[in-house]
Design a protein around this ligand. Structure first.
Ligand code: CP
Length: 318
């Protein structure tokens, strides 16, 4: 594996899961693998879990880890080639990337969709420039269209908690005051579609995901019907994908909030969310604090997915 940007890079999911469980049993058993290797984590956007879990994973492997918040302390970066740089942007990303690459061995990048230009977002311009110009293996820490480290952790969590071989997993849109990217639901759908789980997506009309990610999932516009018999409810907000509403909030309908009444329709389902979550918009206090909520072990598995990916990058490239 040279880069990790989607489920297609990781190969056989059964092997990836075996590796994850091996790491979970013995996360400090590979501490020589990253010796004298430097991990650089670049954040164009905020983070709690990704920042900490990926640093921890690097430390478990004996790596030296550096973190750069591009918007706090670095020079303001221009991303458009051809721009006349007579404004407030001091450095071009096309110089910054190879310079960053010269100081490290592996680079993680977080760069969200900007919702200014759909084609630019969905072409993963920034992530691909890191792949093209850094000279280093690159992994996504959530890009414009996918969040594969999160989805890998979600898969590990489902495998740990599932009570049947082929659980019913429901991805449910839920309301949020601001426009959020489709990266988490896109990526979750892509990973779920790679398993043999029963996978259903429920959302109000107008929130259809890009078909390349929704894939073979059943789309059910009646949220309560979707919840019936579910083993896992994965809640998430996302902004509209389809034109002419790309990046827009079409409604904040709190009748889509995940509450105890809806959870009672399920097969005693576990509640999942990637976090951060807005309580009483996405999910009620009662549901997220219930014994069926597994959001904390789900977040803890981010360390495991990050370590599994870093191990593959170290093993395959050095
Ligand atoms: N789930 C997730 O990626 O969390 P952060 O945005 O805090 O990193």
């Amino acid at each position: 594996m040279r880069n990790f940007t989607s489920v297609y890079d990781i190969g056989d999911l059964k092997v990836a899961l075996q590796k994850a469980f091996e790491i979970k049993k013995n996360r400090f058993g590979f501490s020589d693998l990253g010796k004298n290797k430097t991990l650089l984590l670049i954040f164009f956007n905020s983070s709690l879990r990704t920042r900490l879990s990926t640093q921890k994973a690097g430390m478990n492997l004996g790596m030296n880890t550096m973190v750069l918040d591009v918007n706090q302390g670095a020079w303001k970066l221009e991303t458009e080639r051809g721009a006349i740089m007579d404004g407030d942007k001091t450095e071009h990303l096309l110089e910054a990337i190879p310079v960053m690459g010269s100081y490290c061995d592996i680079i993680g990048v977080r760069s969200f969709a900007r919702f200014e230009n759909k084609e630019e977002d969905y072409s993963e311009k920034v992530l691909n420039e890191f792949i093209q110009y850094s000279g280093r293996p690159v992994f996504s820490m959530e890009a414009a269209t996918r969040h594969p480290l999160q989805s890998y952790a979600d898969l590990i969590t489902i495998e740990e908690y599932k009570k049947t071989e082929r659980p019913k997993v429901v991805l449910s849109w839920a309301p949020h005051p601001k426009a959020l990217p489709q990266a988490v639901p896109n990526s979750f759908a892509e990973w779920m579609n790679t398993t043999d789980y029963e996978f259903v997506i429920t959302h109000p009309a107008g929130y259809e995901l890009d078909a390349q990610f929704a894939g073979k999932a059943k789309v059910e516009y009646d949220q309560k019907k979707a919840f019936e018999g579910a083993d896992f409810i994965y809640a998430k907000n996302w902004a509209a994908f389809a034109d002419p509403n790309y990046g827009k909030v079409l409604n904040k309908d709190r009748s889509w909030t995940v509450d105890s009444e809806k959870m009672a329709l399920t097969n005693n389902a576990y509640f999942m969310h990637c976090l951060p979550v807005r309580r009483n918009m996405i999910v009620t206090d009662e549901v997220i604090e219930s014994p069926q909520s597994i959001v904390i072990p789900e977040a803890a598995n981010r360390e495991i997915s990050a370590q599994a990916v870093l191990m593959r990058l170290l093993e395959d490239n050095f």
